[in-house]
Design a protein around this ligand. Sequence first.
Ligand code: SF4
Length: 494
Amino acid sequence: MDACEAADALWEEHGNDCGIISIGQAGENLVRFSLALVDKTATLGRGGLGAVFGAKKLKAIVVSGSGGVSVADAKGFLEIVEGLYERLRRYPLRDACVDLGIMSNWENYVKQFFTPDLQEKVAKLYGVETYKKVKKMRVACPSCFIADKDVLEIRDGAFAGLITYASSFFNATLFSKFTDDYREALKLTDMLNRYGLCLLTFSSLADFLIRIYENGIVRKEDMDGMKLRRDFSTLAGLIEKITFRRGVGNVLADGWTAVFQKFDAERQAAVVKGKDCLWDPRLSGLGTMEFEQIVCPRGPTSATGGSPTYVPGTPPEAFRRHCERMDAPGDAIERILAAGLNIGRLTRYAEDWYAVLSSLGICNRHMNNRFYSAKICAELYSKATGVKISAAELMRAAEQAWNVFKAVNVREGSTRAHDKIPEHWFEPLRFEGGVATLMDYYRTKELSKDDLGKMLDDYYDERGWDVKKGVPTKQKLLELGLDDIAEDLERMGE
Ligand code: SF4
């Protein structure tokens, strides 16, 4: 069964009020970029969780609950919630979010993911009007006004009648690099979800393979006689090959490291710690999300380095307010804002802020997290649990979490060398009518490898880590009360 069939069969058996995490055939076949689906809709992607399930011969987890959640101070908790709702009701973009979900942010997305020569065409073929045509309904986490998960229906053409679930329609638009027909893009999205393959990694890998095929690094013979074209049948063929490890698909299924061993073209893709980058700073400028792809212990992810750099050209004052919301110390805020915007230093606080939100189960999407501050989070935590905690203590817990997260990698041999700056970013990105190069967030200057090296220095310094090695120092770990981890790393010679 694929991931959706498995979920349907389990709902049939256990009733449809339970939650289900399931994998498809890609996870069963241990594809390195397989994922698990939550209730057919949300993805637990980027990191091969599907293969972890597959290795354990675990097809699905079914969860059902009874009873409720007790809240220590329900009245106080609801007062804070009411304050949040009140601000939400006044949010000028609220109606657009309710109407279009994250497609309300379409204009930014187009700039972040497509070269200027393609933006108009992509908007015409895949933009908001197309979304309205295929939108059947949206699905939200409890209490969310955005509801970014989509149920989509193809209403005409060869795939008419296909109803597919997606973590967002926007992801399907990435296939506009391969097909002008959004229906084909949705069919590919459906195949990937059902088999349980990460759409983001698959579309990067397919783009990379076709590019190196076009310039002769890969030949037809290397692809089991398959010609690589920018079309639906090439992509559908690759999905099948990878999922079932057929022919060259057996190599591709082992991910980027295996691909680079077979095809000598590492400079032609931005890959860090074996994972492809999602954000291309040559298009968007180097903000925290782009930089985070280098330093995140998990490799490039879509969310862990979020900050107002998400929107191009945000003024410095907005970063000051954001730093204050994250309860960053005053001297750190001055370091971040000195001489423009220090992305390396800001990223440290963006990560800790992400750790707070994710640990509390608060959505990290910028349209949601803008309503919260470390103070509000600490108050919610205190009222919910009855355990009093201040904003500073909460942020310290986040810093502890990130240090443990990093220490796990250090234990496995990770050093500064693993926080590798992708060579690919220094290749000019040529498109019809122009060229894009690696620029700073405000797009005032081109960045060199030395500039990125300095950003890494600043990041480690702001974390209080060893700048040369890029790992937590003993002093920092002891300061955070992580004595056992400090001892472990010291034993290992770190
Ligand atoms: S809470 Fe976040 S992840 Fe959940 S539906 Fe809303 S935007 Fe999406």
